[in-house]
Design a protein around this ligand. Structure first.
Ligand SMILES: Nc1ncnc2c1ncn2[C@@H]1O[C@H](COP(=O)(O)OP(=O)(O)O)[C@@H](O)[C@H]1O
Ligand SMILES: [Mg+2]
Length: 409
């Protein structure tokens, strides 16, 4: 991993790489160059959610950020900001100022109107755009997107409203040659996953360890994107077959992350569902340390798995129509139904589960299991080592970013 020299010459595109970022305690300048609009890496799968999480982590460590916009980037983003998720997040930061790069004298860039446009955005269903973002702000002037929240009660929309929302998104795919009748079987599981993940950002990622609203930025969001998804560990037969045309949904937040939210519940004795059970040695570590160098990566990993299986006992092997389980375990199960892929980035963990067609089938309960035959085990493989469940420590990031991919074929 190469280190980027100083915060002076940072580009917004640096967040879309894996190079480590400079510490920015004193604030930093971030350029938004012309190339931002046509940068290929942002069009590819998985990159943008991770870039946003790195930007939010960087902003968390900075007193103030200054974004210097090229004229072209400023004009393109101002025209349809929700179609540029990374730039939209930059504009919504509360500890940032924006200037236009106009030669020797930078001119201020009035971002207020653009910010308003981002916050009011409703998903455009013409699907001309390849990617869009919906943003929730929980700090300063709170704002919730009406596609996801009921404006009068400010509560997450009901299950049936999520289903209608997903219907609209899926129907729009008709325009790119996919068969809506074929897609209709996807609506329920997608709605379940989306709602569970968004509800989790609402429940677990808006407040700090002491219960106060996260500062300086309390931001959460959803990105919807059309992508081509590669298999992670293809079977021999699928080797060399083309990537799958898919819809990618990314739900991100800049909360305390999975480990610390679990720890918060442990310390307060507050967990919902099953009582928290981890090995007694691990409990001592978790009680003693917030996420940091004192916490072995294995402990952080097993906390994430505990989170995944929190509601697994509520799951029933053969769900009746209309049955809904709870929580992340239900997300895993819906994903299996969709033959999809899930990726979780939080703290130092970057794990995934894949049920894609042509992917090696790993980590299912055996068909003869008494309790959950053929259902997914609550496990994650490491994105770097691909088929090993053993975690590797990635760069520490703030909050969480969970993406799930639904093949549309
Ligand atoms: N976005 C998130 N940020 C931090 N922690 C999370 C997040 N989502 C889930 N978690 C952790 O995972 C646990 C399990 O989530 P879930 O299965 O949805 O159950 P529940 O929300 O009922 O606790 C949560 O209790 C929380 O500790
Ligand atoms: Mg939940």
């Amino acid at each position: 991993m190469t280190e980027l020299g100083s915060s002076e010459g940072l580009s917004i595109l640096d967040f879309a790489t894996t190079r480590s970022l400079p510490l920015a305690a004193q604030g930093a300048t971030v350029n938004v160059p012309d190339e931002y609009m046509k940068h290929e890496s942002l069009a590819s799968a998985s990159v943008e959610g991770l870039a946003i999480q790195r930007l939010l982590t960087f902003a968390q460590h900075s007193s103030m950020l200054t974004f210097v916009w090229s004229d072209r980037a400023m004009r393109a983003v101002s025209a349809s900001p929700a179609e540029y998720p990374l730039a939209a997040v930059a504009i919504a930061l509360t500890n940032a100022v924006h200037v236009q790069d106009a030669g020797s004298i930078p001119r201020p860039f009035d971002v207020e109107k653009v910010r308003e446009q981002i916050l009011k955005h409703r998903l455009k269903l013409d699907m001309v755009s390849e990617r869009q973002i919906l943003l929730c702000l929980d700090h300063e002037k709170p704002s919730l997107p009406t596609d996801l929240y009921d404006p009068s009660s400010k509560r997450l929309r009901r299950d049936d409203e999520f289903e209608a929302f997903v219907d609209d998104v899926l129907f729009a795919q008709h325009g790119v040659g996919l068969n809506p009748a074929h897609l209709s079987k996807f609506r329920l599981p997608i709605a379940v996953i989306l709602r569970e993940l968004l509800e989790n950002t609402d429940d677990h990622a808006r407040t700090d360890l002491d219960g106060s609203v996260i500062k300086p930025n309390a931001m959460r969001g959803l990105i919807v994107k059309r992508i081509m998804q590669q298999r992670q560990v293809p079977t021999q037969r699928a080797e060399g077959s083309p990537p799958l045309p898919s819809l990618e949904f990314t739900v991100f937040d800049c909360g305390v992350g999975y480990y610390d939210s679990f720890r918060r519940q442990l310390l307060r004795g507050q967990a919902r569902g099953l009582p928290v059970e981890v090995g007694s040695k691990q409990v001592d570590t978790i009680r003693a340390h917030a996420l940091g160098p004192e916490v072995p990566i294995e402990v952080e990993h097993s906390v994430l798995l505990k989170c995944l299986e929190r509601h697994s006992e509520n799951a029933i092997p053969d769900p009746r129509p209309g049955h809904r389980g709870l929580g992340l375990y239900e997300v895993l199960r819906a994903l299996k139904l969709l033959k999809g892929l899930l990726e979780v980035r939080t703290g130092r963990i970057h794990g995934y589960r894949s049920f894609l067609e042509g992917e090696l089938r790993l980590q299912l309960e055996s068909a003869s299991s008494n309790t959950r035959p053929g259902m997914p085990k609550a496990s994650l493989l490491d994105v770097k080592s691909k088929y090993l469940p053993k975690p590797t420590a990635h760069e520490m990031v703030r909050g969480s970013s969970v993406r799930f991919v639904v093949p549309l074929v």
